[in-house]
Design a binder for this molecule. Structure first.
Ligand SMILES: [Zn+2]
Length: 60
């Protein structure tokens, strides 16, 4: 289930406030931060993005 585009527009990374890239079509649906040196990936659970730094996956 894709995240609504209108919702995605207002979402920003809580860590660095950069825009988030919609990876909801991936095997593990996530919103990925495009911020320089950030790159946190926030999980999407039941179509709802979980924008918590504590829940985010850190880039390798
Ligand atoms: Zn970020």
């Amino acid at each position: 289930m894709p995240v609504e585009a209108s919702l995605l527009e207002i979402l920003a990374c809580p860590a660095c406030h950069a825009p988030l890239r919609d990876e909801s079509a991936a095997q593990t649906p996530e919103l990925v931060c495009d911020g320089n040196g950030c790159g946190l990936a926030y999980p999407i659970r039941d179509g709802i993005p979980v924008l918590l730094v504590d829940e985010a996956r850190r880039p390798a």
